[in-house]
Ligand binder design. Structure first.
Ligand code: 5GP
Length: 115
């Protein structure tokens, strides 16, 4: 997989507002937030898009969701609710080709296309 800006954040070579990190995933605030809470949950393993996820990585993908759930609780938005989004390729408006889950919340969200 090609090097991305997220590779540098994972290696701590670029600054980011990191809210969670362990051996498998890192989560940091989006540089251009679309809502009061906008955190990106990123696997440290190099996976470019949803299309590249292998069956053996199912546990890692589950861990991304559980990490988002934990952060949502810590950010105080779990009860009101939030949205988890993974963009894929051109039609999905993916800009950074290192898999990431957007956790978006902290305000009333609108239609699925509005975030
Ligand atoms: P995508 O469109 O690929 O699903 O989302 C990429 C996201 O990464 C965008 O929301 C964009 O604002 C965010 N982003 C791009 N570059 C950086 C960066 O250097 N730092 C942080 N924290 N977020 C970034």
């Amino acid at each position: 997989m090609a090097e991305t800006i997220f590779s540098k954040i994972i290696r701590h070579e670029l600054p980011a507002d990191i809210v969670y990190e362990d051996d498998d995933v890192i989560a940091f605030r989006d540089i251009n937030p679309q809502a009061p809470v906008h955190v990106l949950v990123v696997p440290k393993e190099a996976i470019a898009t949803v299309n590249d996820i292998q069956p053996g990585q199912a546990e890692l993908i589950g861990k991304m969701v559980l990490t988002a759930q934990k952060i949502a609780t810590e950010e105080g938005i779990a009860e009101d609710g939030y949205r988890l989004v993974i963009n894929c390729n051109r039609h999905g408006c993916q800009e950074v080709f290192h898999l990431h889950l957007h956790l978006v919340g902290g305000r009333q969200l609108h239609g699925i296309s509005a975030i």
